[in-house]
Design a protein around this ligand. Sequence first.
Ligand SMILES: NC(=O)c1ccc[n+]([C@@H]2O[C@H](COP(=O)([O-])OP(=O)(O)OC[C@H]3O[C@@H](n4cnc5c(N)ncnc54)[C@H](O)[C@@H]3O)[C@@H](O)[C@H]2O)c1
Length: 249
Amino acid sequence: MRLKDKVAVVTGGASGIGEAAVRDMVEEGARVVIADISDESGEKLARKLNEDHNEKKAVYCHVDVSNEEETQKMVKTAERKFERLDILFCNAGIGDIAMTDELKLEKWQKVIDVNLTGVFLCIKAAIPVMKKTGGGSIINCASILGHVGQAQTASYTASKGGVVNMTRALAAEYADEGIRVNAVCPGYIDTPLLDGLDENMKNHLISRHPIGRFGTPEEVAKATTFLASDDASFITGANLLVDGGYTAV
Ligand SMILES: NC(=O)c1ccc[n+]([C@@H]2O[C@H](COP(=O)([O-])OP(=O)(O)OC[C@H]3O[C@@H](n4cnc5c(N)ncnc54)[C@H](O)[C@@H]3O)[C@@H](O)[C@H]2O)c1
C-alpha cells in the first residue's frame, strides 16, 4: 500500500496507460480522480473500482486538458471529493503521423495543445493545492520520442521533447515546496494509440526494442506508481525510460 491515504488525479485515465495507472494507484491505496474526455469509459472504470473495493476509490471528471477552466475544475473535484491532492499524472495525449510539409497548422496546434499546453495547465492548477499540504508528486507522460526523433512525427516529438525539458525546469522550480516533478518515457506500448499502425509497421517497431515486444500499460503504471510514492523521495527532474531498451541502441 505505497500510496495509502494519497489522492491522485490521472489525466487520460479512461484508457491505455492512464487506466492501468488508475488501477495500480487504487491497488496501492490511493483515491483517484479519473480525468478524461472519454466519458463513458471513464464513468464505467470509476463505477467498477468503487464496486470492487466497496468504497469510494475513484470519481470521473470530464476534462479537456487543453482547456484551462476545465483543468481548474479537475483539481477542485479532487479537493471537493477527497479533500486534498498529492499526485498528478499528466498522461492525456494524442498522436499524429504526417510529413511535415503536408502537416496542417491546425493539426500541429491540436497536438501541442493537448500534449504540451495540457501538461502546463494541469500542473498550474495543481501546484497551489499541493502547496497547502506541504508538497506532492507530479509525473508527466513523455515518450522515447522526447529523446530521439522519428520521421513524420514533428508535432508529437516537439510536444514530448517539450515535456521532457519542462519536467526538469519545474523540478528545479518547486523542489523547495516539497513538490517532485518527474516523467515516464515509454517506448511503444500496446494501447489503442497504436490502433492505426499496420502489421508491417508494428513488426518493424517491435524489432527496435531489444526486449523484443511492445510494453504493456501495466509496466508503465508500475514505474509511475514508483515515482508517485515516497520510495522515490530523492528523485526529481528525472525522465525514467520505460522502453524495453529502445533508446539504448
Ligand atoms: N502507446 C504508446 O506507444 C505510447 C508511447 C509513448 C508515450 N505514450 C503516451 O502515453 C500517454 C497515454 O497514451 P495511451 O497509449 O495510453 O493512449 P490511449 O489513446 O489509450 O489513451 C489516451 C487517453 O487520453 C484521453 N485524451 C485524449 N485527449 C484528451 C484531452 N484533450 N483531454 C483529456 N483526455 C484526453 C483519451 O480519451 C484516452 O482516454 C500519452 O501521453 C501518449 O503520448 C504512449
